[in-house]
Design a protein around this ligand. Structure first.
Ligand SMILES: C[S@@+](CC[C@H](N)C(=O)[O-])C[C@H]1O[C@@H](n2cnc3c(N)ncnc32)[C@H](O)[C@@H]1O
Length: 220
């Protein structure tokens, strides 16, 4: 939606609007999720939205993943985008800890016929990740910012060569370039995550200033 609230304060609003206006339009399913999210849930701005959603969809179509991991489902907007490029029998494993979201996520998956492609795991991602078997072709980290470095550590060994780690809110409303308070665990963790991943010789990593910043890193 061209009128999504601007959350990245450093990109000129006209540039951001122009980018959104010249991004492919939302599918009917995603429009439904976006509308229901804004009507029914608190903090709807957490949703990926069409601009970022198209990036996730394109990356998924390029990777053609068999197994995807998403940390932080919310209302499953990004989950459906990540499912776009799945090969036959491929699955997006998505983890959410807020039980108030469970019914909506499951109803939406069912309503639009994604029940074979999306597996919802309820609980704390830090514990749930270890209960999901196998390696992943794409991992989208989008929850629990203070633990980004810990998720990175868990995820690296679970990502196949040629696979992608994608992480949202990597500019953290611009706080990554401002002096960081000792008590600000989230900004510190995000900065550590960015530095670690961009310096890791096993990855090619890039930050895109889309919305609140998104990291895309490919394992060599
Ligand atoms: C930014 S939202 C995810 C948005 C979603 N990926 C999208 O793009 O539309 C973050 C979600 O992660 C969930 N969450 C936060 N901490 C979590 C944790 N430790 N384990 C699992 N889910 C968590 C929150 O309840 C929230 O729904």
């Amino acid at each position: 939606m061209a009128n999504e609230k601007q959350i990245h304060p450093f990109v000129d609003k006209r540039i951001e609007d122009y980018c959104k206006e010249n991004t492919s339009p939302e599918s009917e399913v995603l429009r439904y999720i976006d509308r229901e999210t804004h009507l029914r849930f608190l903090r709807p701005k957490m949703i990926s939205g069409n601009w970022q959603g198209n990036l996730l969809k394109i990356l998924s179509l390029l990777v053609e993943p068999k197994n995807v991991l998403e940390i932080g489902t919310f209302t499953a907007y990004a989950t459906l985008c990540l499912a776009e490029g799945l090969v036959k029998d491929g699955v997006v494993h998505t983890i959410e800890r807020d039980i108030l979201l469970e019914d909506f996520i499951l109803e939406t998956i069912e309503k639009f016929g994604y029940q074979d492609k999306i597996k919802l795991h309820m609980g704390n991602a830090m514990e749930v990740i270890d209960t999901i078997e196998g390696d992943f072709d794409m991992i989208f980290i989008d929850a629990d910012k203070a633990n980004y470095p810990a998720y990175l550590e868990k995820c690296i060994s679970r990502l196949r060569s040629g696979g992608l780690i994608i992480a949202d809110n990597i500019l953290w409303y611009g706080k990554v370039v401002l002096p960081v308070k000792e008590s600000d665990k989230e900004t510190k963790a995000i900065k550590q995550f960015n530095e670690t991943l961009s310096q890791d010789p096993r990855f090619d990593a890039v930050i895109l200033p889309i919305r609140d910043g998104i990291m895309v890193a490919r394992k060599k």
